[in-house]
Design a protein around this ligand. Structure first.
Ligand code: ADP
Length: 217
């Protein structure tokens, strides 16, 4: 509510923006490069703090998150970036499993969760492959499996198809729709109109840090 983000003292990256996203929604964040899409995603992830205003996710004001509560908050959220960010020296299975390994989790539980996540993105057969042997589309699917392995209630995606050709981009978008149909709220920043035009999902439009769609508060 009334969120402003200033990286410096001159131009706000996000200016006095208010929005509400419902549980289970699929929402696009759209706008030109530099409009503030990544800033909004990073604020939701609490990678950066709002300069003004309040962000509340699942009833928790993000500004109060601290040393112990911030990792716990992030563990319930999945995130996917444009550039995959896989660990280059770990295979597919390990990349997904490492995102989930926590004290007290049995290897049987981890195996089951990783297999489910890999099946969700249709890449189980490549579980022993190293990232550098995979195509961009496959790498992004592994990144999505990694984001989903702990069954998050919210998936944040920042230009997840930005590095993909149209066919792979469409595949990835299909997986996001499936994830949303299974109950996870999805927030996807994109500047690809192929997705948001002709889509039933809501669109939040950012223009130079200003949130133009205000019918959602
Ligand atoms: P988008 O994701 O829509 O391309 P961004 O959120 O990345 O937009 O950027 C919005 C504005 O904030 C831009 O003017 C950008 O230069 C600025 N910005 C983004 N990140 C930083 C940063 N870490 N430090 C300073 N300025 C930043």
């Amino acid at each position: 509510k009334n969120v402003t983000k200033m990286y410096d003292r001159h131009t706000p990256a996000l200016e006095n923006g208010s929005l509400k996203i419902e549980d289970g929604e699929f929402v696009f964040i759209v706008g030109e490069s530099g409009a503030g899409k990544s800033t909004l995603i990073r604020l939701l992830l609490r990678e950066t703090r709002a300069s003004k205003g309040d962000i509340v996710v699942d009833g928790k004001p993000l500004k109060w998150l601290g040393l112990f509560t911030l990792p716990r908050y992030r563990r319930k959220i999945g995130f996917v970036f444009q550039d995959f960010k896989l660990l280059p020296d770990r295979n597919v299975f390990e990349n997904v499993a490492l995102a989930w390994c926590m004290v007290g989790t049995s290897s049987k539980q981890i195996n089951a969760a990783v297999f489910d996540a890999l099946a969700l993105v249709g890449i189980s057969q490549k579980r022993f492959a190293m990232p550098y042997t995979l195509s961009g589309g496959e790498q992004q699917r592994v990144a999505i499996a990694r984001a989903m392995v702990h069954n998050p209630y919210l998936l944040l995606a920042d230009e997840p198809t930005g590095n993909l050709d149209p066919k792979n981009a469409e595949e990835v978008f299909k997986i996001f729709k499936e994830i949303n149909a299974r109950g996870t709220t999805v927030v996807m920043a994109t500047h690809n109109p192929d997705f948001y035009l002709n889509s039933p999902f809501r669109r939040l439009v950012l223009d130079h840090g200003e949130l133009l769609t205000r019918d959602l508060i």
